[in-house]
Design a protein around this ligand. Structure first.
Ligand SMILES: [Zn+2]
Length: 191
């Protein structure tokens, strides 16, 4: 079971590992099967829990997923700290967005038009949806401003802070928040 605490598909995707800088810690996205399991739990339409069925995942799928995760961190972590992402990362992100748009088509849905990705595409569709989720997030003034990086270490999980006072500091209270509280308690009570 994966955890979904980011508040956006792209954040939960990046949060499939903990991070110190750009290095993964306790990476859970280690195989194509894990990617499909994540996508199924994330309720990406058309993804079956048992994988792509008759389709073989492309050989580079996991590598591509890892590359996309690092790229998204290069975009999202600076934004979470009110900084501008580097130009090289921005350009690479732009390329991914264009590729995702290229692979999609418009379909009427609930009295509007929706971007839709083909169900199969041997797993590529998962990465394209994640890319699009990130594209939507960074363009939204409210959500981009509410983007945070967990202060736990090592953690580096990203989330949209929708708390009323906008003071959420941890991915989850029961993990990183609990560790920090226990540490603060020990320090307060040190003799
Ligand atoms: Zn955390």
């Amino acid at each position: 079971m994966f955890r979904f605490v980011g508040g956006a598909l792209c954040l939960d995707f990046v949060n499939t590992s903990s991070w110190t800088g750009e290095n993964t810690v306790n990476d859970r996205l280690t195989s194509a099967e894990a990617l499909f399991a994540w996508a199924s739990e994330a309720k990406i339409p058309g993804v079956r829990k048992d994988g792509p069925g008759h389709l073989e995942p492309s050989a580079s799928l996991v590598e591509d997923a890892h590359r996309l995760r690092v790229l998204l961190r290069r975009i999202l972590v600076p934004l979470a700290h009110r900084e501008e992402p580097l130009a090289a990362a921005r350009l690479a992100f732009e390329r991914e967005i264009k590729r995702a748009l290229q692979a999609s088509h418009l379909e009427p849905r609930d009295e509007r038009l929706a971007l839709v990705w083909p169900e199969n595409a041997a797993g590529r569709g998962i990465l394209e949806r994640v890319t699009w989720s990130a594209f939507s997030l960074v363009r939204s003034p409210e959500r981009a401003r509410a983007l945070r990086e967990c202060e736990g270490s090592p953690c580096g999980w990203l989330f949209v802070d929708t708390s009323r006072n906008h003071l959420r500091r941890w991915c989850e209270m029961r993990t990183c928040g609990g560790v920090a509280k226990a540490r603060a308690y020990r320090e307060r009570n040190r003799v």
